[in-house]
Design a protein around this ligand. Sequence first.
Ligand SMILES: [Zn+2]
Length: 339
Amino acid sequence: MRDLLNKIKTDVTERLAAVSSEDELEKLRVETLGKKGTLTQVLRGMGALSSEERPVIGQLANDIRSYIEKEMANKKEALAKSALENKLRAEKIDVTAPGTTVRVGKRHPIDQVEQTLCDIFTSMGFEIAEGPEVEYDTYNFQKLNIPENHPARDTQDTFYINERILLRSQTSPVQVRVMEKQRPPIRIISPGRVYRSDAVDATHSPVFHQLEGLVVDKGITMSDLKGMLTAFAKQMFGENTKIRFRPHHFPFTEPSAEVDVSCFVCGGKGCRVCKNEGWIEILGSGMVHPNVLRGCDIDPKIYSGFAFGMGIERIVMIKYAIDDMRLLYENDLRFLEQF
Ligand SMILES: [Zn+2]
């Protein structure tokens, strides 16, 4: 029996060394110290021993029992400690590790420039007016002094829904809509999308954006237009920018002028951006034609006004020296992320 006890001690010690989890430890405890455990079985057999042997073997059995219990308790503590260490190691946060980059989108260059234009003009007291992109022929052409068969209809050929309805070829119909509803003084800008049946190339697109402005009041003259556009050009292109008026023809303004700004890249000496001209054409303008005012029930003998309009893509292309308009519509992130 002494040998059996010593064997249990050796076995348990060996197996204990190999235990790596609390489950394994519990299994070993039940197999050794449980009701049917090996050591428990031996202790039960003590009754068969002689009275001399019983205390000696009993002492040995108790010693082995407390030895095993103590070793198991130590093992249990060691397992708990290493489990905690593993958990801490697994949950450790490396505060020096690089973070996950969140991709932030940004506004399209056309939208950015449109916003800048709106900011400049609203700071001068203009209100923003909007109108439908699907428009009546009357508003897009006739009320703007462009009757049927007028040659201006050819240069502004657009998409027709039917004989009376079309996709607006300019933002100017918004001027008429405002003048029909509102009495002077009127001071509005109308940014928006316009359509022309143009083939796509480096400077044309069937869909593009314009920004139009209109001022109607008593005593408005061409010098008001010139002063206002000079202030605008300085804010948009820099303090040293000059403007130049060139006579032109538009059906809805009289007199009409195309407006150039001095090149903000070379200052007028000539460069790639201004095509060695020193000047860059940016918009069309003029004094509102009396016929247009009359058509909106505004008496041209009492009121006068000026109007101007520009292509937003054109401004974007000048500002960022982009030589192909198609880049603005291709949505290539390598291009768009530069702005
Ligand atoms: Zn230049």
